[in-house]
Design a protein around this ligand. Structure first.
Ligand code: MN3
Length: 200
């Protein structure tokens, strides 16, 4: 099925002062739109037209680099908008998620340190993640558009560390952006929804 640019689930200025309207306008309207447009052009004639987005990502990996890059980035951004919300972030997590982070990731403080380190040490463009693999949570990082789907895992939280995601608001200070993401933007209810979708 053709890719479509989703609406942002909040106003462009909803995430201020942590992520500006200007960043969201460029990131959603220009960058995500380009992945959708280029992805649709490359999907045509690929033999994967009837597949789900997840299957297009998995099946184009290693065989159709252009389609993979755009389809994976479309998948990543569809979720990224929902991984953030106004007045989000911080250590007040839904109970089931708190329990999984305690048992699999060593608790909230260790999750925060490890997640931020994954994002800060991803050289160049990419993403850091909490993914579910074999029923357990793992912190991961990936380059460019790559995501946990191609590592037999399912992402339940991801932070975009491409410069287009933070350069307007934080310039080169990627760790400050990561800290604001964790402390003030994460939509833990959406993370829980994805977690329950994988584990139930
Ligand atoms: Mn991006």
């Amino acid at each position: 099925m053709a890719f479509e640019l989703p609406e942002l689930p909040y106003a462009y200025d909803a995430l201020g002062p942590y992520m500006s309207a200007e960043t969201l306008e460029f990131h959603h309207d220009k960058h995500h739109m380009a992945y959708v447009t280029n992805g649709n052009n490359l999907l045509e004639g690929s033999g994967l037209e009837g597949k789900s987005l997840e299957d297009v990502v998995r099946e184009s990996h290693g065989s159709n680099a252009g389609l993979f890059n755009n389809a994976a980035q479309h998948y990543n951004h569809v979720h990224f908008w929902h991984w953030m919300k106004k007045d989000g972030g911080g250590n007040k997590l839904p109970g089931a998620l708190q329990a999984a982070i305690d048992s699999d990731l060593g608790g909230y403080d260790k999750f925060k340190a490890d997640f931020m380190a994954a994002g800060a040490t991803q050289f160049g463009s990419g993403w850091c993640w909490i993914a579910v693999k074999d029923g357990k949570l793992e912190i991961m990082k990936t380059p460019n558009g790559e995501n946990p789907l191609i590592h037999s895992a399912t992402p339940i939280l991801g932070c975009d560390v491409w410069e287009h995601s933070y350069y307007i608001d934080y310039r080169n200070a990627r760790p400050k952006y990561l800290e604001a993401f964790v402390d003030s933007m994460i939509n833990w209810d959406y993370v829980l929804e994805l977690y329950e979708g994988v584990t139930s």
